[in-house]
Design a protein around this ligand. Structure first.
Ligand SMILES: Cc1cc2nc3c(=O)[nH]c(=O)nc-3n(C[C@H](O)[C@H](O)[C@H](O)COP(=O)(O)OP(=O)(O)OC[C@H]3O[C@@H](n4cnc5c(N)ncnc54)[C@H](O)[C@@H]3O)c2cc1C
Length: 311
């Protein structure tokens, strides 16, 4: 028989969304737990510099994560280390998160904020230079490359939209695509082709990201001719896909066509009592501020739901 631990609110995932939900849940005097498989902080824990979180002109991601963690703990949030492998809804009032450890975390409501991961190029130099010119977030890092040559990899809506956004900063932006035409919607393509600061390299893939302490150039290969070339650049933004971590959710939870969870204004999913927040959710932009806002709403909606059910 699995060990059961009982709480009011169970939060799965300890990024900015989970930490904020944890702060609000415990501050409302409910027995709140946050379960994280690695370290609290989520994607920001590995982010060199954050300069768009209100109130902090410059702060390292690790420090911001630590501050959020300490703040939530002060209100009584319990943080446990485990990997959740399945989430179940056993009726209106019992939500279960099954840990890889064998423990079942039972709550009257659940907030899932397991984020997602960008699809990587998986080429030499990419990992070593992430945060040093390799980036997966134009809003986060674009401003670090003012008046520099910026490259973008990808050909879908996200790549083309983000490339246009990056033309606000770079002396020019070069979009590298492995095919000879974009996959992005026609209306987005039309805007892109009119943008004088945006150039295109077709039929090409990145074979290596080069640089010692920061990105200096990319080794490219033309997939039609086999020709290899070097492109000097200060930054390589990669937009070839993003996977929301939804595989542990009950199958009845509705997702949109891109695999993100859809919610109502309370962050509640199609399964009552299960809420989501942050990058796992259908969003226009994926930022810390969104995750924090969603986390607030999700936790308070969970609090109100529990209060109503107990009345
Ligand atoms: C390199 C980089 C730089 C960025 N820079 C900025 C920036 O400067 N400003 C900004 O606003 N945004 C930035 N972002 C985006 C920002 O980090 C995200 O929008 C934000 O972290 C989303 O928060 P979240 O809580 O939804 O998810 P995440 O931060 O992804 O956290 C999810 C957490 O859930 C945990 N988890 C996942 N599955 C399980 C499981 N099964 N069991 C237990 N735990 C699990 C993960 O380990 C992780 O800790 C950046 C992102 C990246 C990748």
């Amino acid at each position: 028989m699995a060990e059961e631990k009982q709480f009011d609110i169970v939060i799965v995932g300890g990024g900015p969304g989970g930490l904020t939900a944890g702060l609000y849940g415990s501050r409302a005097n409910l027995k709140t737990v946050m379960i994280e498989k690695y370290m609290p902080g989520g994607q920001i824990a590995n982010t060199e510099e954050v300069e768009d979180y209100p109130g902090f002109e410059h702060i390292s991601g690790a420090e911001l994560a630590m501050k959020m963690t300490d703040h939530a703990k002060k209100f009584g949030l319990e943080i446990l280390s485990d990997e959740i492998i399945e989430i179940r809804s056993d009726g209106d009032y019992k939500k279960v998160a099954v840990g890889a450890s064998g423990t079942e975390y039972v709550g009257k409501a659940m907030v899932v904020c397991t984020g997602g991961s960008p699809v990587l190029l998986n080429v030499p130099g990419e990992k070593e230079l992430t945060g040093k010119g390799v980036s997966y977030c134009a809003i986060c890092d674009g401003a670090f490359f003012r008046d520099k040559i910026i490259t973008v990899v990808g050909g879908g809506d996200a790549a083309v939209e983000e490339a246009m956004f990056l033309t606000k900063f770079g002396s020019k932006v070069i979009l590298i695509h492995r095919r000879d035409e974009l996959r992005a919607q026609k209306v987005i393509q039309e805007r892109a082709f009119k943008n004088k600061k945006l150039e295109f390299i077709w039929d090409s893939v990145v074979e290596e990201v080069n640089g010692d302490s920061k990105v200096e150039s990319l080794s490219l290969k033309n997939v039609k001719t086999g020709e290899v070339s070097t492109l000097e650049t200060a930054a390589c933004f990669v937009f070839i896909g993003f996977h929301p971590n939804t595989h542990i959710l009950p199958k009845e939870i509705a997702l949109n066509e891109s695999g993100y969870v859809t919610t109502d204004y309370k962050m509640e999913t199609s399964v009552p009592g299960i809420f989501v927040c942050g990058d796992i959710r259908e969003q226009l932009v994926r930022q810390i501020t969104n995750a924090v806002g969603d986390g607030t709403t999700a936790a308070m909606a969970a609090v109100y739901r529990i209060e109503e059910m107990e009345d």
